[in-house]
Ligand binder design. Structure first.
Ligand code: HEM
Length: 408
């Protein structure tokens, strides 16, 4: 790392957790490729749109964390293979094989068939909220909705979903409990071990009694075609489970806060509901749930913006900064639901482009649409700056609570 490296503690302040965009603007101007040092691992953050887009398809930036370099040790630590050695942490041709098998489960026809069921889950959750006049939209809606949807897709029995959700929340909220780091780390490891055991048992149960779900489909690919190993089965299921609900939950929370703090835009959307699909893209650009794409590794010495990134360095592509780059988005810090839909990087770019994009859009459209339609007079129950959030250094940008009131 160079002398100009920023200690993570200086970057990830309490103000940053509430509003990281001024810090991103400063980085784009002063240090567009910014070395950051942290007790966990050092990295280079790429903050401008053009560089971010180029980096996401740069073959010199590898996602193979479990290859010969064993880079996972610095990022996830030992014993992480069971859950994390999946398509997101691999390069082609491994990646292509894993993605191809899994994408069968996301075929457009299969997803469209799911729409009525997603609408039903949305309706049931909102039914429970409506008579109360107040709710925590994270706990009562944004977190359970994607969990129930992905639970159903994967074939996780209804009786287990709450427990699975509790354990995944330990990972999501790590760093925000105020407990000492060693205690937090132990809690995350316990959660990972539990999830690994649970998903391994789920695979065994589905193998004995297959259903019409994604896990059974992946088992068939493993047993009949031999294109997937047992370990890959479990780690792919974990990826789908975690990626399938975490980001969507945080996105819906962030999107609702953005709307509730921009009443003119909320009003526009209420009056023009057909704008919703377009609005979802702007809301994702405006405040996405995955501020930094998952870590890449430099396979050789390389240079971005004149900054040398030595071989073996960890590189973070800052999606939320790229999506606020004024070179690409006029007046980027303004929420403008009618904005021309320039391509944002909220779902990534390149071979790792989000596999669940259509499902995420469907859930967000049905979910946010129902909240706006069925909760009249919806407003925040406390100022946006005071909402409890995931810590600034969390890989996710999201809320722990979203208290609201409305006319019951
Ligand atoms: C609003 C919600 C979502 C957002 C913003 C989002 C965003 C992203 C991004 C940015 C990536 C690329 C990460 C990288 O290159 O490092 C990604 C990958 C991925 N996402 Fe999503 N995602 C969302 C919802 C979902 C859902 C619902 C699923 C479905 C289960 C899903 C499954 C995946 C998978 C499997 C990958 C890895 C793809 C690969 O490595 O080829 N995501 N997502």
């Amino acid at each position: 790392m160079t002398d100009q490296a920023v200690p993570a503690a200086d970057l990830y302040t309490d103000e940053f957790a509430v509003d990281p965009y001024p810090a991103f603007a400063k980085m784009r101007t002063d240090s567009p490729v910014c070395p950051v040092t942290s007790p966990r691992f050092d990295s280079f953050l790429i903050t401008r749109f053009d560089d971010a887009k180029a980096a996401l398809t740069d073959p010199r930036l590898s996602k193979d964390l479990y290859g010969p370099g064993q880079h996972f040790l610095r990022i996830f630590g030992p014993n992480s293979e069971g859950l994390n050695k999946n398509m997101l942490n691999s390069d082609p041709p491994e990646h292509s094989r894993l993605r191809q098998i899994t994408s069968r489960a996301f075929a457009p026809r299969r997803l469209e068939a799911l729409r009525p069921r997603v609408a039903q889950i949305v309706a049931e959750l909102v039914d429970r909220i409506v008579p109360r006049g107040e709710a925590d939209l994270m706990r009562d809606f944004a977190i359970p909705l994607p969990m129930m949807v992905i639970g159903e897709l994967l074939g996780i029995p209804t009786r287990d979903r709450e427990r699975v959700l509790d354990w995944t929340q330990v990972i999501r909220e790590s760093g925000s409990s105020g407990r000492p780091p060693a205690v937090e780390k132990a809690a995350v490891q316990e959660a990972q071990a539990w999830l690994h055991g649970y998903l391994t048992d789920l695979v065994t149960a589905k193998r004995a009694e297959p259903g019409d779900d994604m896990v059974s489909m992946l088992i068939a690919a493993c047993d009949e075609e031999g294109v997937l190993s047992e370990r890959e089965l479990v780690s792919t299921t974990f990826l789908l489970l975690f990626a399938g609900h975490q980001t969507t939950a945080d996105f819906m929370g962030n999107a609702m806060v953005a709307l509730l703090t921009n009443p003119d835009q909320l009003d526009l959307l209420r009056k023009t509901p057909e704008l919703l699909p377009h609005a979802i893209e702007e809301l994702l650009r405006f405040d996405g749930p995955l501020p930094v794409a998952s870590p890449r590794i430099a396979t050789e010495d390389l240079e971005y913006q004149g900054v040398r990134i030595p071989e073996g360095s960890i590189v973070g592509v800052v999606i939320n900064s790229a999506n606020h780059d004024p070179e690409h988005f006029e007046d980027p810090d303004r929420l403008d639901l009618r904005r021309d839909r320039g391509p944002h990087l909220g779902f990534g770019h390149g071979v790792h482009y989000c596999l669940g994009v259509s499902l995420a859009r469907m859930e967000a459209q049905l979910g946010i649409g129902a909240l706006l339609r069925r909760l009249p007079g919806l407003r925040l129950a406390k100022p946006a700056e005071e909402l409890r959030r995931l810590p600034a250094a969390s890989p996710f940008r999201g809320l722990i609570e979203l208290p609201v009131r409305f006319s019951a």
